[in-house]
Design a protein around this ligand. Structure first.
Ligand code: GCW
Length: 690
């Protein structure tokens, strides 16, 4: 008897110790630790009227019960007297089909929505109110998503390796699909639904043609079945040459009738497997992928052929604008605009063009892409990268919402802010099969913020990053206001900190070759000119920076005059953009009054110092955070500090060979020579070796 009690206690303890491994993400439904509030919530939710006669409503209802059981330690009675949580499907004006209202009516809380999906989102919103300990006695909420398309793009290969993935293997265990449906698929869908994500592209844009063969379609269909009750549509990336690769045709020319027929039949087949299939995502004529240009056709010809095939089924084509060609000597930052701008208005109505936030490639800082606002007759999606290819992988704490928001709130000077020129957002996923999903606990915040931003933003001027961070911290860690503020400050500063120790003052693309982890500003022998850091910084003894004004590549001309003026003059250009737009001398006077060289040193040193500040802060938070997650983050911060020092030392020693000026007297000296850093190779960095 004693032994059993002992064992029981031991197991309980073990469970408690193991409980916080990050698996639950922000969907932690633990008993509310504020007694008074707990009582209020309990009495506000004594009964429930929630008819659930469909899989989606059942999912919503189950989530509500799961949440309430955890948060309140009890669930409402399904009928009877007392304050009731009432759920009703109901049309309401001013609400989009996915929207909902949550209102206090007499003593009841009423959730209404025009669709089941709205109910689902309303349930998650309500649970978030409880998790973040908000008052619920006078609710008057009407919420609709700002953007209709809110999609995760997985760069997952069929062999389970994830291109630019830093959180283990692909979440999709393709081999055991379609039969084995891992609980993680459901939990993934719950997490997405909780932040309003309504689509997922299952496979890498560098697509294998096999995804369109029956075996693989059956696997995709099985995932779609799991996701459907959570309002998530499945999309697939397709390889443009599929009719040749798996269809036995001798061409993939989009104007060839046999090719068109092949895609039509393929579309019909896909919809037999997945009746609500979302559509195709296509990377064509980019980085070696086949596309319509192989046959002298345009991107519009290619996209329209696929659009016709999916149209009868209400599917869409998402055609990526991430293109640059080796043959063209044109500044890479210009090329997407050059190719796509003339095609505006030529795409079928079920085609959306997906544009990365900046014109190069997910750098720590880039100006907004010139295509935003420039294609008024083509619906655009904004593509951002949650996985931190250029931002320290899953080793660095970098909260990306401020980066996304910088782009969303940028004024195109054509149609208002970028957020007003788009129909949706696509986020390159940072999810893998790591126990905590994203590798870094704080990387979960980037997944979370992506969904929340896509729901909330859309021309509204308010900055959301801080508010979203607060929500996430409260759900993920604690509601203790001091702790929340302390973590929030860290998160809000973290993006600028990374910019400082990696690529300050408008520097970009100066990282190591191929895996993109760590510094490599000296690299000059990649097989394409524009894969070389020296192409981007152009340092010489006269100065540093890429001249993109009329005296240089004139990428500036692709922006509206109003946008141009902020960057055009090297003396007026804000410091943070300077070396993106201008080649300036090492003694150029910055807005701070320092010379460029002095400012560059200051930024790199500040970057490292700030990582150490984050470490101290996290240390002080130790008593407030559960040991397991605290330690995970602490160890990753140690990696980040080491890397930041390497970035600073390597870059400053390298640029010093051109500036020929000393490092600041008082500063910490580099502990190695430039040659040491140049020889430092990382073998088998994750995210490559497809
Ligand atoms: O950021 C670059 C990556 C490639 C990626 C490409 C793209 C999927 O280095 O790995 O390929 O962008 O967006 O297509």
């Amino acid at each position: 008897m004693k032994r059993t009690v002992f064992l029981g206690l031991f197991l309980l303890l073990l469970n408690a110790l193991q409980a916080e491994d990050g698996y639950r993400l922000w969907l932690r439904y633990d008993l509310i630790d504020n007694k008074a509030l707990l009582q209020q919530y309990r009495s506000a939710l004594s009964a429930m009227s929630f008819p659930a006669n469909s899989p989606m409503l059942a999912a919503a209802r189950n989530e509500l019960l799961l949440g309430l059981q955890g948060l309140l330690g009890q669930t409402p009675r399904s009928s009877g007297p007392g304050n009731t949580f009432i759920v009703r499907l109901e049309n309401q004006k001013d609400l989009s089909p996915e929207g909902f209202t949550l209102r206090t009516v007499q003593k009841n809380i009423v959730l209404t929505a025009p669709t089941e999906k709205g109910i689902l989102y309303g349930v998650f919103h309500f649970l978030r109110l409880l998790q973040t300990q908000q008052p619920i006695d006078h609710l008057d909420i009407a919420s609709s998503p700002a953007l209709p398309y809110r999609i995760l793009d997985h760069w997952d290969n069929l062999n389970r390796r994830v291109e630019r993935g830093y959180a283990g293997l692909s979440l999709w265990d393709w081999f055991t699909l379609p039969t084995y449906k891992d609980q993680r698929y459901t939990d993934y869908a719950r997490a997405n639904a909780s932040i309003g994500i309504n689509g997922t592209v299952l496979n890498n844009v560098n697509a294998s043609p096999y995804i369109l063969t029956p075996d693989w379609l059956e696997k995709a269909a099985s995932l779609a079945d799991v996701f459907r009750p959570y309002g998530i549509r499945v999309y697939l990336s397709v390889r443009f040459s599929s009719p040749m690769d798996i269809g036995g045709l001798h061409t993939a020319d989009p104007l060839d009738p046999a090719v068109r027929e092949w895609w039509r039949k393929k579309a019909d087949e896909i919809y037999r497997y997945i009746p609500d299939f979302g559509g195709f995502l296509v990377k064509a004529n980019s980085e070696g992928q086949p596309g319509p240009q192989n046959y002298g056709r345009t991107h519009a010809d290619g996209a329209n052929m696929l659009a016709e095939a999916l149209e009868p089924h209400q599917g869409i084509i998402i055609w990526r604008a991430f293109v640059y060609s080796n043959e063209t000597p044109e500044d890479r930052a210009r090329q997407a605009y050059t190719e796509f701008k003339p095609l505006d208005g030529q795409f079928h109505k079920n085609v959306l063009v997906q544009v990365k936030n900046g014109p190069i490639d997910f750098q720590p800082r880039e100006p907004f892409h010139p295509l935003f606002g420039a294609m008024p007759n083509t619906p655009l999606l904004l593509e951002v990268q949650l996985t931190q290819e250029y931002l320290g992988f899953s080793s660095h704490l970098v909260y990306l919402a401020p980066l996304f928001e910088e782009c969303l709130n940028a004024d195109t000077h054509i149609n208002g802010t970028v957020s007003k020129t788009i129909k949706g957002m696509a986020g390159v996923a940072n999810i893998g099969n790591d126990r905590n999903w994203c590798g870094h606990i704080f990387a979960q915040a980037n997944w979370y913020a992506f969904g929340r931003l896509a729901w909330e933003t859309g021309g509204k001027a308010a900055p959301y990053s801080a508010a979203i961070a607060t929500e996430w911290i409260r759900q993920t860690f604690t509601n203790d206001p001091k702790v929340v503020d302390s973590i929030k400050e860290m998160m809000m500063a973290s993006r600028e900190i990374a910019v400082n120790y990696m690529t300050p003052l408008g520097l970009h693309h100066i990282m190591a070759y191929e895996h993109h982890y760590g510094p490599g500003p000296w690299l000059a022998n990649a097989k394409r000119a524009d894969w070389n850091p020296v192409y981007y910084h152009k340092a010489d003894t006269a100065g540093v920076g890429f001249d993109r004004t009329p005296t240089g590549s004139n990428a500036l001309e692709q922006y509206a005059p109003g946008a141009r003026t902020q960057w055009a003059d090297s003396n007026a250009c804000p410091d943070q953009w300077l070396l993106w737009w201008h080649h300036v001398s090492w003694n150029h006077r910055m807005h701070t009054g320092r010379t460029l060289w002095a400012e560059l040193c200051r930024k790199y040193y500040a970057g490292v110092d700030s990582v150490r500040w984050m470490q101290r802060r996290w240390n002080a938070l130790r008593p407030a955070i559960d040991p397991e997650r605290w330690q995970q983050v602490d160890m990753r911060l140690a990696i980040q500090e080491k890397n930041a020092v390497e970035w600073r030392n390597a870059c400053l020693l390298y640029f010093q060979t051109f500036s020929r000026q000393p490092l600041p007297e008082t500063a910490e000296r580099p502990d190695h020579t430039l040659e040491y850093y140049q020889q430092h190779k990382i073998d088998y960095a994750p995210g490559t070796n497809q």
